[in-house]
Design a protein around this ligand. Structure first.
Ligand code: ACO
Ligand code: LMR
Length: 600
C-alpha cells in the first residue's frame, strides 16, 4: 500500500462530529470526488438513522449506526475508521474495529489514552497490519483524494495551501497545528504536498515517522519528503538509519522543533505528551545534528526552513503541476425541511422509486397495483409472487359487508350528510386492535413466539401474562364450523407460491390449541395476513431487524387500511346513491341504566 488513501477511499466516522464530517464533505465536493469520503457514522446513543450534510449546495444523507460492526457490515468497502471517541472510549473503539477487521487505517484523535493501553492497542494493530494514525492527531491528507476531518483547516485555507490537489512533497509531522503551518510554507516555496500525515503528539503513537517515510519512498507521487520532528523520543534515528542504509533514497528535509529547550534548567515538556527529552540524544539539537550528518537537509534554524524547502524543490526541476478545476461551495446554503426517498416529480415525468409512472401504469407494462405498492412502500420491485400476494390481500380484505364496525361507522357518517372523505375517515378510524388492525400485533407476537421457540402452550401462557387477546386469533362469526374462506384462500396462495411458510406453519399449531378451547378462536384474516407477510419478507431476504421495523411502524395494518378503503368508499357511495336519511339508533336497542338525580 504505497498510497495512504485514494479518491475512492471511504471512512466510517466514529462519533457524530458534524463539523468535522461537513469539512470532509466540503473537501470532497471541492475536489470533485464522486462518493462522499464518509460512508457511515457510528453514533451509539443516537436514535436517528441518518444525518443530513451539505454536498455543495445540495444535501445528502449519511447513515448512522449504533455499532462499528453494523456500519462495517453495511459498508464493507469503507476501510478507514476515523475514531473520534473520547480518551475514555477511543481504546475500546479501536480494539473493537481491529477485531472486526477490514480496516486498513485507523485514525485516533483522542489525547490522553493511558500509555499502557495505547502501547497494547498499537502492538495489536501492527500485528494485524493496520496503520494507526495517532492518538492525539488531526490526521492525514492525500490532496485531491481524501482528507481526514479537520486537517488543513477551513476550505479557504486548504485552497490557499494548495491542499486541493496533489503536489510532490511527502510531509510527516507530529503536530497538527504545525502541519497546517508547513503545508502553507510548502505551497509558497514548492508545489504543495502529495501526502501528509500528522502522526500525533502522544508518547506512544501507532505509526511513527519511519513507517510513513518508507511508504512515501514507494509512492511515485512523492518526490521528496519533509520531516518535522520534535524534542523527545528517538524516532528520528530510525529515519537516519534508513537513509544511511539506502532504504530511503528520496531527498528528506528535516527539522526537530524544541531547540529552545536547552535554555531551560531542567527538562521541559512542550505541548505534547511526548515532547520532552529524557536523554541528550532526545534533544532537538542532538537530533538535528545527527540528521544533518546523515545527509538529510537540515536548515540552520527553523526560520531557514522555507528557503531550504525552496532550494531542494528547485534542485529537483519537477514539471509544473496543472491546476485542476474545482467546485466552489456556495456562500449560503439552506438545509432542506423535508426528505423524500420514494418518488420524484422534478423531471418530465414523476417516478415511483425511480420507475416513471408510464412504466407501471398501463396494462401493457404488465404491472399491477401490487408493483406500485412494492415500489412506493418498500422502494423495491418485488417479484411477481410477492406483488400478486399483496394484490390478493387487498382484494381479500376490500369489504366484509355493511355490518362490520368500520363499514357501519362510514355508513352512519355518510347518512349524517358528510362528504366521501369525511365518511371514509370515520370508517378508517375504526380500524384498530380488534377490527382489521390486528395485523401488526399478530406479526409481532407470533414472530416473537417462533423466534423464541415457544410451544403453542407456552405462547398462550405468555400472552395471558401480557393480558392481551392474541392478535390474529378469534372471530365474531367465523369458526371451525363456519370457516373463513378468505383465510383458506390466502393459505392456499402461500402454499402454492411462497418459497416457504415457516411462521404460518407455526401459527397453525397455535390455532389447533386455541380452537380446541373454543371453536371461534381460529387464525383470522388479520392473523393470516400478518404472519404471511413475515414469511414473504423473510423469503425476500429482509433482515429480522428490518422486518421488526416494518412491524413497529405499522406497515402491516396498512394493507388492511388500503384494501378496506375500497369497501368503505363503496358503502359511502351506496348511501349517497340511496339518498338515505340521517340514521338514529332505535332506543329499544339500548339498555338505559341511568341513575335518577337525587332530590335536592
Ligand atoms: N386470544 C385469546 N383468547 C381469546 C381471543 C384471543 N384472540 N379472542 C377471544 N378470546 C377468548 C376471550 O378471552 C373469551 O374467553 P372467556 O370466554 O374465557 O371469557 C372468549 O374467547 C370469547 O371472547 P370474546 O371477546 O367474546 O370473543 P369475540 O368472538 O367477541 O371476539 C374478537 C372476537 C374481538 C375478534 C376477538 O377474538 C379478538 O379480540 N381477537 C384478537 C383481535 C383480532 O385478531 N382482531 C381481528 C379480527 S379479524 C378482522 O377484524 C378483519
Ligand atoms: C372484517 O373483515 O371486517 C371482518 O373479519 C370483521 C367481521 O366482523 O366480519
Amino acid at each position: 500500500m504505497s498510497k495512504l488513501f485514494t479518491k475512492d477511499t471511504q471512512a466510517i466516522f466514529w462519533n457524530n462530529n458534524k463539523t468535522a464530517i461537513q469539512r470532509m464533505l466540503d473537501y470532497d465536493y471541492t475536489i470533485k470526488r464522486e462518493t462522499p469520503s464518509v460512508a457511515a457514522i457510528v453514533a451509539p446513543t443516537s436514535g436517528n438513522k441518518f444525518e443530513k450534510f451539505f454536498w455543495g449546495g445540495d444535501e445528502i444523507m449519511i447513515p448512522l449506526y449504533k455499532t462499528t460492526a453494523d456500519a462495517k457490515a453495511a459498508h464493507p468497502n469503507a476501510d478507514v475508521l476515523l475514531n473520534f471517541g473520547s480518551f475514555r472510549t477511543a481504546y475500546d473503539v479501536t480494539v473493537d474495529a481491529l477485531n472486526i477487521g477490514g480496516f486498513k487505517t485507523i485514525m485516533i484523535t483522542a489525547e490522553g489514552i493511558p500509555e499502557r493501553l495505547a502501547r497494547g492497542m498499537n502492538a495489536m494493530a501492527r500485528e494485524k497490519g493496520v496503520t494507526i494514525i495517532g492518538p492525539a492527531t488531526v490526521g492525514a491528507i492525500v490532496p485531491g483524494a481524501f482528507k481526514i476531518a479537520n486537517i488543513g483547516g477551513t476550505i479557504e485555507n486548504i485552497i490557499n495551501s494548495k491542499l486541493h490537489r496533489a503536489g510532490s512533497c511527502g510531509l510527516v509531522t507530529r503536530s497538527g497545528g504545525l502541519f497546517n503551518e508547513l503545508s502553507n510554507i510548502i505551497s509558497l516555496n514548492a508545489d504543495g504536498i502529495a501526502e501528509g500525515v500528522a502522526i500525533g503528539g502522544d508518547r506512544f503513537v501507532g505509526s511513527v515517522f519511519i513507517d510513513h517515510l518508507l511508504r512515501m519512498e514507494e509512492n511515485p507521487d512523492v518526490k521528496y519528503m519533509i520531516l518535522l520532528g520534535e524534542v523527545g523520543g528517538t524516532e528520528e534515528y530510525k529515519v537516519i538509519e534508513a537513509v544511511k542504509s539506502g532504504k530511503i533514497k528520496k531527498p528528506i528535509i528535516a527539522w526537530c522543533i524544541g531547540t529552545i529547550a536547552k535554555h531551560y534548567d531542567s527538562g521541559v515538556q512542550f505541548g505534547h505528551a511526548g515532547a520532552s527529552a529524557n536523554a541528550d540524544s532526545e534533544t532537538a539539537d542532538y537530533k538535528n545534528n545527527a540528521m544533518a550528518e546523515a545527509g538529510i537537509h537540515v536548515p540552520a534554524t527553523f526560520n531557514d526552513l522555507p528557503a531550504k524547502i525552496k532550494e531542494v524543490y528547485e534542485s529537483l526541476s519537477l514539471p509544473a503541476i496543472p491546476e485542476p478545476e474545482i467546485n466552489t461551495i456556495p456562500k449560503t446554503r439552506r438545509p432542506k425541511q423535508f426528505i423524500c426517498t420514494i418518488s420524484d416529480d422534478r423531471g418530465d415525468e414523476a417516478t415511483y422509486a425511480g420507475f416513471p409512472i408510464s412504466s407501471v401504469a398501463t396494462p401493457d407494462t404488465g404491472k399491477g397495483i401490487g408493483d406500485v405498492v412494492s415500489l412506493l412502500w418498500f422502494k423495491k420491485q418485488y417479484p411477481k409472487w410477492a406483488t400478486e400476494f399483496i394484490e390478493t390481500v387487498m382484494k381479500t380484505v376490500a369489504d366484509h359487508g355493511p355490518a362490520v364496525s368500520g363499514a357501519h361507522n362510514a355508513k352512519v357518517t355518510a347518512r349524517a350528510g358528510k362528504s366521501v372523505v369525511e365518511s371514509l375517515v370515520t370508517g378508517l378510524l375504526t380500524i384498530g386492535p380488534r377490527f382489521g388492525g390486528a395485523i401488526d400485533g399478530a406479526a409481532k407476537y407470533f414472530k416473537y413466539a417462533d423466534d423464541n421457540d415457544l410451544t403453542p402452550a407456552q405462547f398462550l401462557g405468555y400472552m395471558k401474562k401480557q393480558g392481551v387477546p392474541i392478535p390474529g386469533i378469534g372471530h365474531r362469526i367465523k369458526s371451525l364450523k363456519n370457516p373463513d374462506l378468505r383465510v383458506e384462500g390466502l393459505k392456499k396462495f402461500a402454499k402454492e407460491y411462497f418459497p416457504a411458510t415457516p411462521l404460518l406453519d407455526y401459527a397453525l399449531t397455535v390455532e389447533q390449541l386455541t380452537t380446541s378451547k373454543k371453536d371461534n378462536l381460529i387464525l383470522n384474516v388479520d392473523g393470516t395476513i400478518g404472519i404471511l407477510m413475515v414469511d414473504m419478507w423473510r423469503a425476500l431476504g429482509y433482515s429480522e431487524e428490518e422486518i421488526n421495523e416494518f412491524i413497529e411502524s405499522g406497515t402491516l395494518n396498512s394493507f388492511f387500511i388500503l384494501g378496506r378503503t375500497i369497501g368503505f368508499i363503496g358503502h359511502i357511495l351506496d348511501e349517497k346513491r340511496l339518498a338515505m336519511p340521517m340514521y338514529r339508533h332505535p332506543m329499544d336497542d339500548i339498555l338505559y341504566d341511568v341513575q335518577e338525580a337525587e332530590e335536592l
